[in-house]
Write a new protein. Structure first.
Length: 138
């Protein structure tokens, strides 16, 4: 386990999240919006999804719904650009749709990584697998 699909229409923010997750040893893939999420999930190698709420095309609501229809047990972390009283309804709705967690941008890096670690185990680096195999043989 350990592959995260990041969905955000902002190239910069998507790249930021991908870099953060890669530093913590996760494999990362991305989409600029929710179009194509069902096909990507169907491939079977995604362990969690992080999605923005407000995106042109398929937004966060459609994305969460598509993920949960395809794989109900797949964890989804929803991210919203602002937090105000009208967004509170959206945050609640995202939880009702099945989001495991909802965070506000800019996300707290520690909080995001704690949530991801709780939901998904990182994949070991290839050299760690070799080192463990060599240690067992000696």
């Amino acid at each position: 386990m350990g592959k995260i699909l990041v969905i955000d229409d902002s190239d910069d923010y998507r790249e930021y999240l991908m870099t953060l997750l890669r530093r913590d040893r996760y494999e990362v893939d991305s989409l600029p919006n929710g179009f194509g999420v069902a096909a990507r999930i169907k491939e079977g190698d995604v362990d969690a999804v992080i999605t923005d709420l407000y995106m042109p095309g398929a937004d966060g609501f459609e994305t969460i719904s598509a993920v949960k229809q395809q794989q109900p047990e797949l964890p989804v972390i929803a991210v919203i650009g602002t937090s105000n009283s009208s967004d509170d309804c959206y945050l609640h709705l995202m939880k009702l749709l099945g989001a495991a967690a909802v965070l506000v941008k800019p996300v707290d890096e520690t909080a995001l990584l704690d949530i991801v670690r709780r939901l998904v185990s990182p994949r070991p680096y290839p050299h760690q697998d070799i080192a463990h195999a060599c240690a067992r043989e000696t």
